[in-house]
Design a protein around this ligand. Structure first.
Ligand SMILES: [Mn+2]
Length: 325
């Protein structure tokens, strides 16, 4: 990032419903750039899950709302650079898209999702297991690893661990562990981090999981599993983040190589879809084709404007008629 000049105003933008990697990589970069005395704002198009509310710097995130639209528009129009972090397609930034259109600032991409749009400056590697890895590499390329403090290291570690399924996914390699090790050397408290992300479930999260497990279906002949949660099955207050991770249970069934989770958050709301696969089957392509979504080869999301029962029918039709894995 040697292109940056002293007085530059930088805006960091992350994707809707930011996950651990979007939050961790952007917060780590924000804290780092502020240490170098840059003027940095970090904007999210929607709120973040309270599971992440303990992350260093998270209170600095400006979350788009009806009250701050003009303020955010001004920040975007005034910036010299806009960094898009952990996304590469403007469909991921919701309403912020229209502010970006009018902005003359240089657009910088820092991301690891496949098939990016063209940006003025690109730091992109679809083989990187997390965007946090790319942020670490950028800091390293500036010869500034000594600037990584415990807070920055904590943020980047959270991105790394959440996007690798706690260091389990096939995307990880020796660099992943080398970087994790470098971050641990900065004094992060791994137990504290796990405790906040994995061992801090509220009761509702477990009850939602029980519904999804009860609804789990296996299609043996295709090695597929799917499950769903209907809004009418949610009897307690649901909070963002409560269904995160549910998708993995269906994929962990023996011989399953493709798993889907359909979520009807509210009555008549569009159905949110999570897709996971093992091995060659590409859920990014599948979701782009059938569910207006995308992501990575083995982990993707999507959405569809149908009822839950229509969505499942539509999915099963695809599976039974056109499917060859
Ligand atoms: Mn990511």
């Amino acid at each position: 990032m040697f292109f940056l000049k002293k007085k530059n105003k930088i805006t960091l933008i992350i994707h809707k419903n930011p996950d651990g990697d979007a939050l961790g990589s952007s917060l780590g970069l924000m804290i780092y750039l502020r240490k170098l005395n840059y003027n940095v704002n970090l904007i999210s198009p929607t709120n973040y899950s309270e599971y992440y509310s303990w992350l260093p710097g998270i209170k600095s995130i400006i979350v788009l709302s009806n009250n701050n639209k003009f303020f955010i528009e001004k920040i975007i129009l005034d910036s010299d650079y806009i960094f898009f972090i952990d996304l590469n397609n403007f469909s991921r930034i919701g309403e912020l898209k229209k502010f970006i259109k009018n902005s003359k600032s240089k657009k910088v991409l820092i991301d690891h999702h496949p098939c990016p749009l063209n940006f003025d400056i690109m730091f992109h590697d679809s083989k990187a297991p997390a965007t946090s890895i790319i942020v670490f590499r950028l800091i390293s390329d500036m010869n500034n690893l000594n600037k990584i403090d415990k807070d920055i290291a904590t943020c980047l570690y959270v991105g790394l661990m959440t996007d690798t399924g706690y260091f389990r996914f096939p995307t990880i390699d020796s660099e992943t562990h080398f970087i994790a090790g470098s971050l641990i050397k900065k004094g992060i408290n791994i137990y504290y981090i796990y405790n906040h992300l994995q061992e801090n479930y509220n009761e509702n999260k477990l009850k939602l999981l029980s519904i999804a497990l009860k609804n789990l279906k296996i299609i043996k002949e295709y090695n597929i599993s799917y499950t769903y949660i209907k809004s009418s099955e949610i009897f307690y207050s649901y909070k963002q983040g409560d269904v995160d991770g549910i998708i993995n249970y269906g994929l962990n069934v023996k011989n399953i190589i493709f798993s889907v989770f359909f979520f009807e958050e509210k009555k008549n709301s569009p159905i949110k879809i999570s897709l996971r696969s093992k091995g060659k089957f590409d859920v990014n392509l599948f979701s782009r084709k059938y569910f207006s979504g995308g992501g990575h080869k083995n982990a993707a999301g999507g959405i569809i404007e149908k009822s839950l029962s229509e969505t499942i029918k539509y999915f099963l039709n695809i599976v039974y008629k056109d499917f060859n894995i």
